[in-house]
Design a protein around this ligand. Structure first.
Ligand code: SF4
Ligand code: SF4
Length: 167
């Protein structure tokens, strides 16, 4: 190495050192922000748009809105969802497809929200839970429909009110 190259690299090193020190000194004098997490985990509420985990809401009768159509599975770009259906016979002897298992792999989800946006029944949503750390990836594989749950019957269409008819 020539002497001029040695001097050049010396000044380059000094310059990068000063650049790093500038950041350190600036942060040293900035007001401190104290994160209260995890001490406040019982009261901490995430904002509504936060996508923590895909869930399937069930009502008090253990019923959900999933018709097992599979659209969410088809629209998921990375195969995170698997909808398994089964066939049931109704009281009037007809057969119909119902949901058996709605499987979701939280470890694979990119939280793109496509499944929620394309579900025609609004059967799935994102919860705002955020503590999803586990020791094994298998614990991130979830079944969204609860044990013994069923499809919520559609509400009967409202009768047309006579006041709506043209006079
Ligand atoms: S949010 Fe995206 S990646 Fe996750 S399950 Fe839905 S469609 Fe798939
Ligand atoms: S969650 Fe929605 S899109 Fe997915 S299978 Fe159920 S009804 Fe269809």
């Amino acid at each position: 190495m020539t002497f001029s190259k040695y001097i050049y690299s010396w000044f380059t090193g000094l310059k990068s050192l000063v650049t790093g020190l500038k950041v350190t000194i600036r942060e040293f004098f900035r007001p401190k922000v104290t994160e209260r997490y995890p001490e406040n985990r019982a009261t901490l509420v995430m904002f509504d748009r936060f996508r923590g985990e895909l869930i399937m809401p069930h009502d008090e009768n253990n019923q959900h809105a999933c018709t097992a159509c599979g659209i969410c599975m088809m629209n998921c770009p990375n195969g995170t969802i698997r909808v398994i259906s089964k066939t049931e016979t109704t009281e009037d002897g007809k057969t119909k497809k119902v949901l058996d298992r709605h499987e979701y792999d939280l470890g694979q989800c990119t939280f793109c929200n496509l499944c929620v946006l394309t579900c025609p029944s609004h059967a799935i949503i994102f919860s705002t839970t955020f503590e999803n750390a586990v020791y094994t990836r298998s614990k991130l594989q979830k079944v969204l429909n609860r044990e013994g749950s069923s499809l919520r019957p559609k509400a009967p269409a409202k009768e047309l009110q006579s006041t709506d008819s043209p006079k």
